[in-house]
Design a binder for this molecule. Structure first.
Ligand SMILES: *Cc1c(COP(=O)(O)O)cnc(C)c1O
Length: 496
């Protein structure tokens, strides 16, 4: 499989080159250039997540050897990193509702699935693409990516990682997780502003040729761990298949039965992996795109107008507080049958005017497959409480957005398919919001007290790496403005 850009499909690159670069030179995203061949689901390995991952990775990483792929998968999905042997287990809460728990990795959010394996894929890719440049991973995070990337990349030789997070856009635990990060090759800074400001700062650095040349002269090569990297997207396709195979193994469905996936969505990366899974032959009925109060995708999927000229709300599901869903570009590229010129026009419109509108035939296709809805903070909190009361199952705020939107969908549509709800974070990670939803919150409780409270409510254990957060040393105290990110980058790399 080769890759080219969503905004100009003349230059083809290998998978390792696409993974090292992250973003295409013309500012577009890398997508498979060759036709995608469906898997024969009956023949997919169904009793080991690792074997399934190997099988799904191989056609997409055709310039990697089988051994290289297997080593990366083995180094990522193992009992040291994941506290469940199935990596992404399914938990049934109702006859036709199954929660796919994507948070059994080291930082308790679904980003770990991709970010535990990406560093290994990248390290191998660097060897293949030659040169001994040091890779500098630059990442803007709405909370979970940052910590997950820091854990994935820490102490990996030949790679440095710098994470920027919006000063006021992440939860207390998310912030603590990042500012206490250990490792010899890591740097973390808060950025004044929201996630979009932070992401824009990072994108501007990537698009600055002069700056890149200056870094190159010092032996540094920029790359990204954001969900725009193909190496982030590919690992996420695996769990869609895993969930489906689990339903077959448990005899809830038969081979070929279509299912729905509900996905709490921000940057559109997770749900896009579901779209590619469908292209790869997975029987998907609807992909349910769940947003919080930042319902730009809901509006887009209903009207065809993507309009970012609106206020960003800070919600109880901060990892979805996003107005520019970068990965949507890939969906549009696929649906326009690889019309790079059209995509470039739309993205230019988004950049210069803040909006674009897609054609009716594209809209019709989107609406056939996707359903979109949103949940505000009140819906979110009510859902956490009612799911806990009804099913004795505690969800975090992001997953609750998904469940709330799924309930709306089911009450408006006659749909008898089984539903898989992607659970993107552990409730412990958003302890204060979850405790509030359970009406057990008290202002004077410390974070640790809240974690203990959730443990006693659910009869589960406080995750190891969260229990000791309060006592860890704060190692990263820098706060920068968007304009200052370049200086911070040079300082971190000791360039003057
Ligand atoms: C990143 C994240 C999301 C959004 O995923 P996208 O791939 O950006 O759509 C949802 N929930 C949690 C907990 C996340 O960390």
């Amino acid at each position: 499989m080769q890759y080219y850009s969503t905004r100009g499909n003349t230059v083809r690159m290998s998978s390792s080159e696409a993974i090292v670069r992250g973003l295409a030179p013309d500012g577009g995203l890398f997508v498979p250039a060759d036709k995608i061949t469906a898997f024969d689901i009956a023949k997919l390995p169904n009793n080991s997540y690792q074997e399934l991952a190997n099988t799904i990775f191989k056609p997409f990483l055709s310039d990697y050897s089988d051994q290289e792929i297997e080593a990366a998968v083995h180094n990522a999905y193992n009992p040291r990193a994941f506290d469940h042997p199935e990596i992404t287990p399914l938990h049934r809460i109702d006859k036709k509702k199954h929660i796919l728990e994507l948070w059994h990795g080291p930082t308790y959010a679904f980003k770990d699935i991709a970010l535990q394996v990406l560093p290994h894929l990248l390290k191998t890719a660097m060897k293949k693409t030659g040169g001994d440049d040091e890779i500098v991973i630059l990442t803007a995070t709405s909370g979970d990516t940052g910590k997950s990337a820091l854990e994935g990349f820490r102490d990996i030789p030949g790679i440095k990682i710098i994470v920027y997070f919006p000063e006021k856009g992440v939860s207390k635990i998310q912030k603590l997780q990042m500012v206490t990060q250990e490792g010899s090759n890591v740097s973390v800074a808060a950025v004044k502003g929201n996630f979009d400001d932070t992401q824009r700062g990072v994108k501007d650095i990537f698009n600055d040729d002069i700056l890149r040349a200056r870094l190159a002269a010092r032996g540094y090569r920029l790359s990204s761990a954001n969900s725009i990297n193909w190496g982030r997207l590919l690992p996420q396709i695996v769990y869609y298949f895993w969930a489906y195979l689990s339903l077959i193994n448990k005899k809830y469905i038969n081979l070929g039965d279509a299912v729905n996936f509900t996905v709490p969505t921000g940057n559109f990366g997770n749900i896009l992996a579901g779209y590619y899974a469908k292209c790869l032959g997975l029987p998907v009925n609807r992909l349910i795109c769940a947003s919080n109060q930042n319902n730009i995708l809901t509006d887009f999927i209903k009207t065809g107008l993507y309009d970012s000229n609106r206020k960003l709300h800070l919600t109880l599901s901060p990892s979805m507080d996003i107005l520019i869903s970068s990965n949507l570009e890939r969906l549009l590229f696929e649906l326009t049958k690889h019309n790079a010129g059209k995509i470039a026009d739309w993205m230019e419109g988004l950049k210069s005017m803040g909006y674009y509108r897609v054609d009716k035939p594209i809209m019709d296709e989107i609406q056939k497959l996707f359903y979109a809805g949103f949940a505000n903070d009140i819906n979110t909190v009510t859902t956490i409480k009612s799911v806990f009361d009804d099913y004795n199952y505690l969800t975090d705020t992001h997953t609750a957005v998904g469940l709330s939107v799924l309930n709306n969908y089911l009450s408006n549509n006659n749909d008898s398919c089984h539903n898989i709800i992607l659970s993107t974070a552990s409730p412990y990670k958003f302890a204060s919001s979850v405790a509030r939803a359970l009406q057990k919150y008290s202002e004077s409780d410390s974070e640790l007290a809240l974690l203990n409270l959730l443990a006693s409510e659910t009869g589960t254990k406080v995750p190891e790496n969260l229990a000791d957060l309060g006592t860890k040393e704060i190692r990263h105290k820098k706060v920068v403005t968007g304009d200052n990110m370049r200086n911070h980058l040079f300082e971190t790399l000791s360039i003057n």
